[in-house]
Ligand binder design. Sequence first.
Ligand code: OGA
Ligand code: MN
Length: 223
Amino acid sequence: MSLAEQSVGFEEFCFARITETLSEQSWVVVPDALPPALAEALFAQVRMMTPDDFAAAGVGRSHDHTLNSFVRRDQICWIEGANDAEKEWLAFCSRLQTYINRRLFMGLFSFESHFAHYAPGAFYKKHLDAFRPSPTERGARRVLSLVAYLNPGWQSADGGELVIYDEHGAEPVQRIQPLYGTLAIFLSDQVPHEVAAANRDRYSIAGWFRVNGTKADRVDPPL
Ligand code: OGA
Ligand code: MN
């Protein structure tokens, strides 16, 4: 088997695991899911980034978007496909989007993502990534969240776990270490989650697949 065939097999295996689990529950975690070459490229980029590349992350939809350091303290940098690493990342997520749509008919339409840096002490309190749609809501909605971790040698003492809660947000059901190459994927409006305070620099990419809010007779304004 050629290297290219091996990497296609690796990706299929990982995508299959994601869709099979998501057909039964609202979240899935796959260790070592990032293709090694992609993980290396993204990690190399993260290491080159300086504090100036990042901006403080905000909370809420764009019209009431606010900086709230009580809720979250991470720093983010949106991924626009500015270099090969970002392009490969977006291509990987686009293949995942197609795969999920074919298997689960989710109608995923667009994708957005950003690098996130949690400095020591930074956290993100329990939250949902999207609210359940109201009948009057317009625009593209986040439906599926994805987080990829880029932290070689992470130890339990480093904290910074992604804590997944039950659907009511009452009890933690899983704590996930932000280990290099791990992917966490979950339904944006159904899985309350938080990022526990990290004791060392923690790097990740958070992304969201959206469904298209366009109705037959009009095009929704961007959020
Ligand atoms: C987020 C988020 C989780 C993580 O950015 O909305 O919940 O583990 N991130 O970084
Ligand atoms: Mn989140």
